[in-house]
Design a protein around this ligand. Structure first.
Ligand SMILES: *Cc1c(COP(=O)(O)O)cnc(C)c1O
Length: 410
């Protein structure tokens, strides 16, 4: 019973934070509904198309809706985009030509992206292997962009400036949309022709605004994270300036074909309904993250972000002293998942990741991380990155079990 008392007390203290998040969800829900109404969605748009997918209006309307929600000119929203990494890679490979320069202003990118850029090993097929020049500007210790280095290194000829909104497997805070806007303005003042690309994974619907309405040219992310609302069974999206979306589409299919082809294949209702649910589901996940942050910091653990700090992603990190403790935390999340609850997790090597990783994902959609999930690379500092949760009730239950396993049944 002790854990329940802690939770009820924490919920009282979190009331004001919960209300702020609720307001954000309401605003985003209205945005999504407006887009649906504007495009007069009908259930015949859910029918899966076949073959080339010519004239697939359900596909085209979904892309128009996503563009409107993100205040972009156009978008690509497809199950053929296999993951968030694929969506981001498509932007980079489409737009960067040999000799071009790309600068990241949020330090080392997420593990799978570092691999496609060739940050550490310019292996075959990476951006560096193709003659793209790459520079990394780390964030300051405060988590703010390094404005001075930005001024020093961005050149008028810089082709792409890359921003990763979410923390990835690092302890830095997510970059706020406000800071993303400042980066965009600063970069454009030096390099008006540069293209600003944001890895928007885990960021969608956590704030009132999205990056494209704040001067960013392209955003990309995964449909088995926030914007899929837990219902989309696979896929990725890209949204932004129309001319850039066309170039990316030419890369994804073939020059001249672009967005005109691509069969729906599966019931498209999952994508539409998932997008409709997304602001609410993101709220569930954020409330769960706050509850974890507050209760675990009360138990003496370091939590990032802290419960009272602003958020721009759904990820909650908790730091442990040992790999064993970290493993136990992830195993507990797995144990109280709706699927595969009897599986005992271990660290293992996964394609695209530098270190062995452990991933708790007892999810309806394989690997979905808008569902309650938790992962961690096997490296110091030992941190669990928990995210998602389709219902706050599930998050709350699991936080209770985590308190019992980690703090009371040691
Ligand atoms: C999840 C994620 C990605 C993409 O991951 P996929 O598993 O390929 O969808 C990229 N960047 C960040 C920061 C992420 O969290």
């Amino acid at each position: 019973m002790k854990s329940l008392e802690i939770i009820i007390r924490a919920e009282k203290e979190l009331q004001q934070q919960f209300e702020i998040l609720q307001e954000i969800a309401c605003l985003n829900q209205a945005k999504v509904l407006d887009a649906f109404r504007n495009h007069r969605v009908r259930d015949n748009m859910f029918f899966p198309s076949t073959g080339y997918g010519y004239g697939d209006s359900g596909r085209d309307v979904l892309e128009a809706i996503v563009a409107q929600v993100f205040k972009a000119e156009d978008s690509i929203v497809r199950p053929q985009v296999v993951s968030g990494t694929h969506a981001i890679a498509a932007c980079l490979f489409a737009l960067l030509k040999p000799g071009d320069e790309m600068i990241t202003v949020t330090g080392r990118p997420y593990d799978t992206l570092a691999g496609i850029i060739g940050v550490d090993h310019p292996g075959s097929g990476t951006l560096r292997d193709r003659g793209i020049r790459y520079r990394e500007i780390a964030l300051l210790d405060s988590g703010e962009p390094d404005w001075q280095s930005l001024h020093n290194h961005v050149q008028p000829g810089t082709k792409i400036v890359f921003i990763q909104r979410s923390r990835g497997y690092s302890l830095r805070p997510a970059l706020s949309v406000e800071n993303i806007e400042r980066v965009s303005r600063t970069v454009k003042s030096i390099a008006p022709l540069s293209i600003i690309v944001v890895d928007n994974c885990y960021g969608e619907f956590t704030e009132n605004q999205e990056p494209v309405e704040c001067g960013v040219d392209l955003i990309a992310g995964s449909l088995i994270k926030n914007p899929g609302g837990g219902l989309a069974p696979a896929g990725g999206y890209i949204a932004g300036r129309q001319s850039l979306i066309e170039e990316v589409a030419f890369h994804l299919t073939a020059p001249g074909l672009g967005k005109e082809l691509g069969a729906g294949l599966i019931d498209r209702r999952w994508f539409y309904q998932g997008l409709f649910m997304a602001p609410h589901v993101v709220l569930q996940a954020l409330k769960g993250a706050l509850l974890l942050a507050m209760t675990f910091s009360q138990m003496g653990y370091q939590t990032m972000p802290e419960w009272d700090k602003p958020r721009s992603d759904i990820v909650q990190a908790v730091r442990f002293d040992s790999a064993d403790e970290l493993k136990k935390f992830c195993q507990t999340v797995q144990k109280y998942s709706p699927l595969d609850s009897d599986v005992t997790l271990e660290f293992a090597q996964l394609p695209g990741y530098a270190d062995p990783v452990i991933m708790a994902a007892g999810t309806f959609v394989q690997g979905s991380s808008i569902e309650l999930s938790c992962d961690a690379p096997l490296r110091e500092p030992f941190c669990a990155f928990m995210q998602g949760g389709l219902t706050y009730e599930h998050c709350r239950y699991v936080v209770g079990k985590l308190l019992e396993e980690m703090c009371f049944n040691k």
